[in-house]
Design a binder for this molecule. Structure first.
Ligand SMILES: [Zn+2]
Length: 262
């Protein structure tokens, strides 16, 4: 539940720091359950109506002057596999940043439960199998890493944090039989990651690193600092668009937190 202070910060940003939608948008979601297909379709159709093309990361960074949107999903949900037909119907390709400690055919039920408790997910608690992961990849979607276990990296010792990062990459590569170039770190705020870990990610071969600091769509987008905003399928189109339009960079710089409180 959002506090009154968070609501006041969000409203003042909407009032004074609404800069419209920038030409490059990077958005992320978590699961995509059947009852969310309607709001997902509304999201895609609205972006198309505003001339945004859904693109992969290469195109996202290559194009200038065109309106583009980079869509990604974090954690590990079989629901993504179930939605393949929807993605194909809408002509949308996404990147899935996956935790590897809950691959369904490799993990016991109690570890799967502990994982969904840790990420506070209370809808369908079924992760992807190795085969479903391979099918997502062979269907033209990109697979990125989200660490092995979804621990808060900055609460671990450096060697443990590094091992979480490298193990997640390695296990995905073993399943997919191809390099995994893209990384998003758990929880996504600046305080949840470090420059030391960013260097480590680059050293072990990640080409891009995505964060999840809301209200940063007006800040520069670079491969090692992809600024992603959460699109909440349980919130209205207007609410989500407001979150993309505001410039919360100064607030995040000063407080280390999101101007939107989410
Ligand atoms: Zn996550």
């Amino acid at each position: 539940m959002k506090s009154a202070i968070q609501c006041a910060i969000r409203s003042s940003h909407l009032r004074f720091l609404d800069r419209g939608l920038p030409p490059r948008l990077a958005v992320y979601m978590h699961s995509l359950e059947r009852e969310q297909y309607g709001p997902f379709r509304v999201f895609v159709e609205y972006m198309r109506s505003q001339d945004y093309d859904f693109v992969d990361l290469e195109t996202f960074f290559a194009c200038n002057g065109r309106k583009v949107i980079y869509l990604s999903f974090d954690d590990n949900y079989r629901a993504w596999f179930d939605a393949l037909q929807l993605f194909s119907l809408l002509g949308v390709k996404a990147t899935f940043y996956v935790n590897t400690n809950v691959i369904r055919d490799r993990t016991c039920a109690s570890d799967i439960e502990a994982y969904y408790d840790r990420i506070d997910h209370h809808q369908e608690r079924i992760p992807l199998s190795s085969e479903e992961l391979k099918t997502l990849s062979s269907s033209g979607h990109a697979i990125g890493s989200h660490t092995h276990s979804h621990f808060l990296l900055t609460s671990l010792r450096t060697c443990e944090a590094r091992s979480e990062i490298s193990r997640g990459k390695q296990e995905l590569e073993d399943i997919l039989g191809q390099p995994v170039d893209h990384f998003s770190y758990p929880f996504g705020m600046r305080r949840h990651f470090s420059e030391e870990l960013r260097h480590y990610c680059r050293d072990i071969g990640f080409k891009t690193i995505a964060n999840a600091i809301s209200a940063m769509q007006h800040s520069p987008q670079t491969p090692l600092h992809i600024q992603r905003s959460l699109w909440r399928l349980d919130q209205s189109l207007e609410h989500n668009l407001g979150n993309l339009r505001v410039d919360g960079a100064l607030f995040a710089e000063i407080t280390g937190r999101s101007a939107l409180g989410e």
